[in-house]
Design a protein around this ligand. Structure first.
Ligand code: BYC
Length: 480
């Protein structure tokens, strides 16, 4: 078969010759009804019958893999899509570096590999659950369509991990696949596995921040897993990354459009001081200091997803050849790191300072550093818009010690500049840094639906271009 083309004949679209793999095909067909039930229960609320202009992958070729059409979301063709196998691929790092990449699970690393796949899988449905109520307050049909596109693709990413579990992990893989449909974001008894995926996404600014910051963690983690010596995981993640790019586009342009509208409204009203919050809010737009607070919240919650700065799990996964570094293939070193060190930010004698640590143990820290650099590039693009509109304000990422719940800084209270605060000072100043109840209430008051084609809620600018080059008045969702 042509690996680039996706077979749409059966119940489960795929490019892994599922038709010839009867055991896995049956296992996935058995899992399918539970998935559809989960989607109907936990997917976008109130729009399951609507026709949505969605892209569906018809090939895994990096160019031209998508077909756009109107689809009812429960009819979306979720499937199993892997990037093509690279002939003769070798394990690129760790103690097995240079050996043939594994096509089957290496027995000695089975448990570690399963854990990585399950954690990755768990985040995907979690984000759909977090975002399920947002359709009702969409600021436009364009934005609503983008939300649903992100949601169906997160659903597909769950399929991607479930395929690996069903094909390579036998009975316990099947059990894990079931459990992925049982946990629920924010549930007191059966929550999702990682902290940020149990938080609420209460409004559209949060959604854009989430897709900017948290989907970007997705990108970093997928890049690290795409390096894996376990070839099916690598191939799966490589195709997921092509889908993930659109999610970050939604986040980056979403926040940009909010910022743009705010700055334009300020200019029209002759307000030059961004700190005149009440005056700005009266214009029906979100003031820049509140946008900064939302960025502080979502950035800090996402940093927790990198785990502890010093981690034996991370060292073991790299040593074993299962999880690499960000773009490992572009790095120029021995890819084994046995005697190397890496500077890790730590809290020593009450001061935040760098300490050289064994590079293998510091891999979470290193990935987080790469992540922060990538975020800063996006923030610089936001700031360009503010500058072009002549408002004296800059969005700034808070210090990595700010508002942390995992790792080195979880036991301390730091402000956005990294100054350590006493518990009393932190309590007093918390809402200087993070959205207050009043901020949340204000944002919520703006979340009024705008479902007419070509129209946008007053707090967000229209996009520069449409999806699939559609004109401005295109009806991206036909609401049923
Ligand atoms: N919350 O040794 P450590 C995405 C646990 S996002 C709760 O530092 P490690 C997406 C940890 O499990 C990307 N618990 O851990 C985005 C461990 O527990 P056990 C998702 C946490 O393994 C948007 C213990 O603390 N993919 O795709 O080095 C929308 C010791 O920690 C947390 C991945 O994350 C936490 N935040 O690092 C949709 C990739 N952090 O096992 C999708 C796969 C740590 O000792 N996962 N713990 O009981 C991994 O690579 C790693 O497991 C982690 C943690 C980076 C998550």
């Amino acid at each position: 078969m042509n690996i680039a083309q996706v077979d749409y004949d059966g119940l489960i679209p795929n490019n892994v010759a599922l038709g010839q793999d009867v055991r896995v095909k049956r296992a996935l067909e058995k899992w399918h009804p539970g998935y559809i039930n989960w989607w109907n229960d936990m997917g976008p609320e109130g729009f399951q019958e609507s026709l949505v202009y969605l892209r569906t992958a018809v090939s895994v070729d990096p160019k031209g893999w998508a077909k756009f059409d109107y689809v009812r979301m429960p009819d979306y063709r979720w499937g199993v899509l892997l990037a093509p196998q690279q002939e003769g691929r070798k394990i690129p790092f760790g103690t097995h570096k240079g050996e043939d990449a594994w096509q089957e699970v290496p027995g000695e690393y089975r448990a570690m590999l399963r854990r990585l796949v399950v954690i990755q899988g768990d985040t995907e449905p979690a984000s759909v659950e977090q975002q399920r109520h947002l359709g009702k307050t969409a600021p436009s049909l364009y934005d609503m369509r983008n939300l649903f596109q992100v949601n169906v693709e997160e659903g597909r990413h769950l399929w991607a991990m479930v395929y690996l579990l069903q094909k390579y992990f036998g009975t316990d893989g099947r059990e894990e696949a079931e459990a992925l449909l049982q946990r629920r974001s924010g549930d007191a008894d059966t929550p999702r596995m990682l902290g940020a995926f149990n938080e609420k996404t209460p409004d559209w600014l949060s959604f854009f921040m989430f897709t900017f910051f948290t989907d970007r963690d997705g990108k970093m983690q997928l890049e690290a897993l795409a390096q894996s010596g376990f070839d099916p995981l690598s191939r799966t993640c490589r195709f997921m990354l092509t889908e993930e790019a659109h999610h970050m586009f939604v986040g980056e342009t979403g926040v940009t459009r909010v910022i743009q509208r705010t700055c334009e409204a300020m200019k029209e009203a002759g307000i030059t001081d961004p700190n005149e919050i009440e005056k700005v809010r009266k214009l029906g737009v979100i003031d820049l200091p509140t946008i900064q607070k939302k960025a502080n919240l979502h950035f800090s919650l996402t940093l927790d997803l990198f785990g502890n700065e010093i981690s034996t799990n991370a060292a073991n996964a790299f040593h074993a050849g299962l999880k690499g570094r960000y773009r490992e293939h572009r790095l120029d070193d021995d890819h084994q790191l046995e005697g190397n060190t890496y500077p890790v930010l730590r809290l020593i004698d009450g001061k935040i300072q760098n300490e050289d640590s064994p590079a293998l143990s510091a891999l979470n820290m290193r990935l987080r550093d790469d992540y922060v650099a990538d975020c800063n590039n996006g923030v610089a693009r936001w700031n360009k818009v503010i500058e072009q509109l002549g408002i004296p304000f800059q969005i700034k990422l808070p210090h990595v010690a700010f508002h942390r719940h995992i790792g080195e800084f979880s036991r301390t209270n730091a402000d956005v500049d990294g100054n350590i605060l006493s518990p009393a000072e932190w309590t007093k100043r918390r809402t200087d840094f993070l959205p207050s109840a009043a901020d949340k209430e204000f944002i919520e008051s703006l979340m009024q639906p705008q479902f007419e084609p070509a129209k946008f809620a007053g707090w967000i600018a229209p996009p520069k271009v449409g999806i699939d080059n559609k004109p401005g008045d295109f009806e991206y969702v036909k609401i049923a």
